[in-house]
Write a protein that binds this ligand. Structure first.
Ligand SMILES: [Zn+2]
Length: 372
């Protein structure tokens, strides 16, 4: 990540995407449904937790740790979420510290679309984190940066899966679908090569994200498709980064997507009121719900969303700012995580995804059958 200032060039694009952003008319989750949203519990344990422990290792591109992390993600989706498609988006590149060697950057894309859609027909809630870790200091883990966000997204996928299945089955039975609001799916992008190898520059950072955004821009769907390319299918690019330390503050940087930020902040507030969250921060994780239009400035944090934002994709950037004190130090490890905060984020993001996908349509009625 890198703190930067928005360039004038970006403004017209941002404004345009604001004016054309879809007005989603989803129903808020009921209190009953919010209470059922699972936290992931012991699966986030730093020593033995099924989701997180295996990726609390150095994950530098071109090293065995990169491969181990990839295997962890792929095995999880293959064994637990077989309905999700798995796709690799591979590129290679040279870095300022690895000489002539071509370093592999391998994004992993997991997707669940309605079964009836043709190519380029679904709009996709897109949940994103980077799984690579920084090459220095030697042995750096990057627990908040971004092992925890990756584990949270795995938890979101498995928590929403049965509702997605039910929704698709019911819609198929009723012969529904075929319209933009109805053809909703979800994809999870675990990106590689976010970190700079030497020093953050345009070319030494965001290796995986830059390759993917470029590739998608040139991947035209058939002329009859509603969406012209995979970038166009992204209904919201929700990027998680630097999450897992206590007392995070995640601001709302972008006016065009502030409405989506507000939706998530509202979920956090409701979950706190219902005593569903474990942490007791001094202020909400998402404190900017009431931010005034005139307060949106030009400062923002450079991260994996940049190559997508430049191409007009709507962005919800969930990054603790100021950065956690452990940022880019050896202390960004499992031991320095605040587990109540980690589990609370997993609840909030899961609830947001359920609400976005309009899952009140399939709200569990029976308490016994509802255990998620
Ligand atoms: Zn980093």
């Amino acid at each position: 990540m890198f703190l930067a200032h928005i360039s004038l060039l970006l403004q017209p694009i941002v404004l345009l995407s604001w004016l054309t952003s879809p007005t989603l008319a989803y129903t808020a989750l009921s209190d009953h449904f919010l209470k059922l949203v699972p936290s992931g519990g012991d699966d986030f344990d730093i020593d033995h937790g099924k989701l997180l422990a295996p990726i609390l290792i150095p994950r530098v591109p071109g090293t065995p740790g990169q491969v181990a992390a990839q295997e962890h993600f792929v095995n999880f989706f293959r064994s637990e979420l077989p309905s999700w498609s798995i796709e690799w988006s591979n590129s290679t590149g040279k870095t300022p510290v690895t000489g002539d060697r071509e370093i592999p950057f391998q994004n992993l894309l997991f997707k669940r679309e309605p079964p009836w859609v043709q190519k380029g027909q679904s709009n996709l809630l897109t949940l994103v984190a980077h799984y690579d870790s920084k090459i220095t200091p030697t042995g750096f883990i990057g627990a908040t940066d971004s092992a925890v966000p990756c584990a949270i997204l795995m938890h979101v996928a498995r928590s929403i899966d049965r509702f997605v299945t039910q929704m698709h089955d019911e819609m198929s039975a009723l012969g529904e679908g075929g319209t933009v609001p109805m053809d909703m799916g979800v994809q999870i992008l675990l990106l590689d090569g976010e970190e700079a190898f030497l020093q953050w520059t345009e070319t030494d950072s965001l290796y995986g994200a830059r390759a993917l955004a470029e590739h998608w821009e040139s991947s035209q769907h058939p002329a009859t498709s509603f969406y012209k390319n995979p970038l166009d299918q992204i209904s919201m690019f929700v990027l998680l980064d630097l999450l897992g330390s206590a007392n995070p503050t995640v601001p709302s940087p972008f006016l065009p997507t502030h409405w989506a930020y507000r939706a998530m902040a509202n979920i956090e507030q409701r979950m706190r009121q219902l005593n569903l969250l474990e942490s007791s921060p001094k202020r909400p994780f998402l404190p900017d719900a009431e931010k005034q239009v005139s307060s949106f400035g030009r400062g923002f944090v450079e991260d994996d969303h940049i190559p997508f934002m430049r191409r007009g994709v709507p962005i919800l950037h969930l990054i603790a700012t100021p950065f956690p004190t452990v940022w880019h130090t050896m202390n960004d490890d499992g031991a320095h995580l605040d587990m109540p905060t980690v589990r609370d984020w997993s609840r909030i993001v899961t609830a947001f995804a359920l609400e976005w996908l309009d899952m009140m349509e399939v709200e569990p009625k029976d308490e016994a059958a509802a255990r998620m």
